[in-house]
Design a protein around this ligand. Structure first.
Ligand SMILES: NC(=O)c1ccc[n+]([C@@H]2O[C@H](COP(=O)([O-])OP(=O)(O)OC[C@H]3O[C@@H](n4cnc5c(N)ncnc54)[C@H](OP(=O)(O)O)[C@@H]3O)[C@@H](O)[C@H]2O)c1
Length: 219
């Protein structure tokens, strides 16, 4: 199915690995021009090169990258200096540290809010007017357990804490999911690309759960 977004420009944050990479890949596959952002240069450059080799070299999409911290004002300014107008913005960054909430200090909470709430708000604020002139939708994608480096590091932390093998911790988690598996970043990216598509143009303000049936309810 042609999603009708070829030639549009997307900003994808946290795009060198994991869920962000899944989104960038699905969009480039659709012919969307993508500016990929993450902090580490090496992984980001390699991810962009892989998307160019696999898809952009054939469908003509432009793939750019910028290594910066999207949770800082300077990082966001650098992104917007590279390109000010986008048709699609995927806000994403590293998640908060794992652990017992009793041990988190005020600064930990502020950092988590900065990364996962105020950064998306700042990015939306910077780009929404240009998008609204063409019509804009905003949807949230809610992942449960997708097979990424972050998920693996959570398992490693739990394994160290409980003195169990990592595989045992991962298997126990997998077993709580009715689908009996973790999601793949390509599945996540495909949902993202659909939400950005012409076909989803009448769908806005939705929280879309992707959890293999882990939520025990019908709505
Ligand atoms: N995986 C899941 O099952 C799951 C479930 C629920 C929620 N989430 C949330 O989804 C988000 C992504 O998770 P993931 O599993 O894809 O993580 P991941 O595999 O660790 O990938 C995170 C990506 O974001 C980049 N990044 C991290 N901090 C950044 C920053 N300050 N500025 C720019 N880029 C940054 C990382 O590259 P650099 O480190 O080089 O910057 C990397 O490309 C997190 O907020 C996580 O909490 C994930």
């Amino acid at each position: 199915m042609d999603l009708g977004i070829s030639g549009k420009w997307a900003l994808v944050c946290g795009a060198s690995k994991g869920l962000g990479l899944g989104c960038a890949r699905a969009l480039v596959q659709e012919g969307v021009n993508v500016l990929m952002v993450a902090r580490g240069t090496e992984a980001l450059q390699a991810a962009a090169a892989q998307l160019i080799d696999s898809f952009a070299s054939q469908n003509g999409a432009i793939v750019q990258w910028l290594a910066t911290d999207i949770t800082t004002e300077a990082g966001r300014a650098a992104v917007l200096a590279q390109r000010a107008e986008f048709d699609i913005v995927v806000t994403n960054a590293g998640g908060p540290p794992t652990g017992d909430f009793r041990n988190f200090e005020r600064d930990d909470w502020i950092r988590a809010l900065d990364a996962n709430m105020l950064t998306p708000i700042a990015l939306i604020k910077a780009t929404v007017d240009g998008m609204a002139a063409k019509g804009v939708t905003i949807n949230n994608l809610l992942p449960c357990a997708f097979d990424t480096e972050r998920l693996q590091s959570i398992f490693q932390g739990a394994a160290a804490k409980t003195a169990q093998p990592v595989d045992t911790v991962a298997a126990a988690r997998r077993n709580t999911i009715p689908a009996k598996r973790f999601g793949s970043i390509d599945e996540f990216g495909a949902i993202c690309a659909f939400l950005c598509s012409q076909q989803a143009g009448y769908m806005t303000g939705q929280n879309v759960l992707a959890d293999g049936g882990a939520y025990p309810g019908t709505f």
